[in-house]
Ligand binder design. Sequence first.
Ligand SMILES: Nc1ncnc2c1ncn2[C@@H]1O[C@H](COP(=O)(O)OP(=O)(O)OP(=O)(O)O)[C@@H](O)[C@H]1O
Length: 273
Amino acid sequence: MVVLAMQNLVIRDFRTKAVLVNGINFTLERNSCLAIVGESGSGKTVILKAILGLTNPSLEASGSVFFDGIDLLQAKGEMIRRIRGRRICMILQDPLTAFDPVYTIGNQMAETLCEHLQISKKEAMKRSLFELQRMNIGEPLDVLKKYPHQLSGGMLQRCMIAIVMAMKPEIIIADEPTTALDSINQNEVLAEFQKIRKEYRTSLIFVSHDLKIVQSLADYVLVLKDGKQVEYGRAEDIFSHPKHEYTKYLLNSRDKVTEAFIKAMSLGIRNND
Ligand SMILES: Nc1ncnc2c1ncn2[C@@H]1O[C@H](COP(=O)(O)OP(=O)(O)OP(=O)(O)O)[C@@H](O)[C@H]1O
């Protein structure tokens, strides 16, 4: 079952007339995961923002993005607000910017749940605890009492995911959700996404520069270059038989980086002998 369909999305800056994104098409199936990849500035973030009607007012989006019979590009006011943050949720790159430093995690989780689920503060606190427990977060009561700066980036990102999961959204959109984290925290967050895929059957759209993460999570991949979609298809096909020169280049650069890393590590090991 298709949950979201983007057809011919074009995004223009109407001050400069520059076309930032041109002709993007994809469909997102229920319980499937689409990764959007491409170099910096290729248009990944503006595409994600367009889905939620969050593009800067100086940009105009045309085409269509259908979700449950509604064209999100045309949806305004209360209609888009009811979908955003409830039925389609976004997880940001840097979890520290998503939390207010002066309130505890519990306060902020409960506040968000109260607002979106129309439940009492007491009920929202109970739900927050339940969601952290459900994600196997150790000492969840302590975590709720902490301030954002007292938790690691990975733990904060997991709290963010817990808030999102409490909404039981149909779609989660994540813009480089692991980029701001070190590798241990990246692995924790990645495991959380694997769990969402397996247990909650939520659909995911995510942007990542890390092709290893893409390979481990995505069912479908959309490759962007200079605002244009150069390849789109099943992840296994794209990784095993990339058609476009740019996709081949991306996959090659990943292999080169890995080779260089292994070489550097083995040199390091020899130097430490
Ligand atoms: N509000 C805006 N006004 C004008 N141009 C913009 C605006 N936001 C983004 N752009 C331009 O749109 C293009 C795509 O930007 P976008 O942030 O989507 O790229 P990206 O692929 O997500 O890059 P990165 O990987 O670095 O985050 C870039 O050329 C950027 O400069």
